[in-house]
Design a protein around this ligand. Structure first.
Ligand SMILES: NC(=O)c1ccc[n+]([C@@H]2O[C@H](COP(=O)([O-])OP(=O)(O)OC[C@H]3O[C@@H](n4cnc5c(N)ncnc54)[C@H](O)[C@@H]3O)[C@@H](O)[C@H]2O)c1
Length: 255
């Protein structure tokens, strides 16, 4: 049965792939992002009555509430939230000034809390689901990405706490943990590296499957977790990382 989903970080990468998949499956979707131009392009391309766009930042409570209100005004309900909005910034503690720390926390962590908080009254009515876009960095730490790592670990805590607080209401909350996924975020990291080709090779080869993931491969997991097929799954983090976190590093022989 067609459902109504609110998807943020929807103008690019993983969020955009989630929008495309859910629309293809016949659901109603509100696509929220700060990038109005890219949202317009996506809406023009998909040309679907089932798609609503909402321009706003997850870091602003008013924008989160507006996205929920606009969704309910058009589609009458919300069955699920796919939360993908995020930014990647680099640096150790000493290389991360407080304003950069705040920026990352505001979008990646506070934004997740604000969005969940805004959607919760509607999810309560539908016994809906939340899927947060975490990372393998919700469980392990890349070097030199302090604020990002902390924000993604915090997101896992948020996901688990929400799952426990709202389980008795029938609301499910889960987190997806991708490895390196070929999106604009990652392409920017590659392009601004001193050795782009070397970094791209490393990003491919660090996964036992010997490649980066595609946004559509993450979207498929999100759609599953949002759906009734995942009706007994809550408080879970599921990796989609090509085996990355299962491998013991430093093996004498690479295969
Ligand atoms: N690409 C990867 O390798 C990778 C790996 C693990 C986790 N992730 C996570 O997946 C999520 C999506 O990343 P992506 O790779 O698709 O990146 P992306 O840059 O392609 O897309 C992110 C989208 O979020 C939007 N956005 C940024 N700040 C926002 C805000 N304040 N409010 C609303 N929208 C905002 C951007 O405009 C953009 O459209 C992020 O949370 C990221 O941390 C990505």
């Amino acid at each position: 049965m067609p459902q109504t989903y609110l998807v943020n970080g929807a103008a690019s990468g993983i969020g955009e792939a989630v929008v495309r998949l859910l629309i293809r499956e016949g659901h109603n979707v509100t696509a929220m992002d700060i990038d109005a131009a890219r949202l317009d392009n996506l809406a023009a391309e998909l040309n679907s009555d089932n798609l609503l766009i909402s321009v706003g930042s997850v870091a602003r409570q008013d924008d989160c509430i507006a996205a929920v209100t606009e969704t309910v005004n058009k589609f009458c309900q919300i069955n699920g939230l796919s939360h993908n909005a995020g930014i990647q910034r680099y640096g150790t503690a000493e290389e991360t000034p407080p304003d950069l720390w705040d920026q990352v926390m505001d979008v990646n962590l506070k934004g997740a809390y604000l969005m969940a908080r805004a959607a919760m009254p509607e999810l309560r009515k539908t016994k809906g689901a939340i899927v947060f876009m975490g990372s393998v960095q919700s469980m392990a730490a890349q070097q030199g990405a302090l604020a990002y790592v902390v924000s993604k670990h915090g997101m896992l805590g948020l996901s688990n706490a929400l799952a426990m607080d709202h389980a008795s209401e029938g609301i499910r909350v889960n987190t997806v943990a991708p490895g390196a996924i070929n999106t604009a975020m990652l392409r920017h990291t590659i392009a601004t590296n001193a050795d782009p080709e070397g970094l791209e090779n490393t990003l491919n080869n660090m996964h036992p499957l010997r490649r980066m993931g595609q946004p559509s491969e993450i979207a498929a997991l999100v759609a599953f977790l949002l759906s009734d097929k995942a009706s007994f799954i809550t408080g879970e983090i599921i990796r989609a990382d090509g085996g990355l976190m299962t491998l013991i590093g430093g093996s004498p022989e690479e295969r």
